[in-house]
Design a protein around this ligand. Structure first.
Ligand SMILES: [Zn+2]
Length: 100
């Protein structure tokens, strides 16, 4: 199993120790190409970004601190709704429980 798969669409991390699906510390090395747009006044901003290469060094559960029980599983989707792996901000159902 490749941990980087947990960052791709349709896949997600799951902590096998406590069941957490939503909160992880992910340490990674990434090579990206960015479209950097600088206006005439010199203010720059990134308008597009492509991840060319990504290596996940570690994934740690924010709930229980486990780093050796992290699994990569399929992200369930709700027909007509947002993918379960990408809860909307402020969604009280996100997190799979009342713990923070
Ligand atoms: Zn956990």
């Amino acid at each position: 199993m490749e941990l980087a798969d947990g960052l791709t669409d349709g896949r997600r991390f799951r902590c096998g120790a406590c069941g957490n699906l939503t909160r992880f510390d992910v340490e990674l090395v990434e090579r990206v190409r960015r479209f950097w747009h600088v206006d005439l006044a010199g203010q720059g901003r990134v308008e597009d970004s492509d991840s060319l290469e990504r290596t996940v060094l570690s994934v740690t559960c924010r709930w229980c601190g486990s780093a050796d029980a992290i699994q990569v599983v399929d992200a369930l989707t709700v027909p007509g709704g947002t993918p379960a792996g990408r809860p909307t901000a402020g969604d009280p159902a996100a997190g799979g429980g009342a713990r923070r």
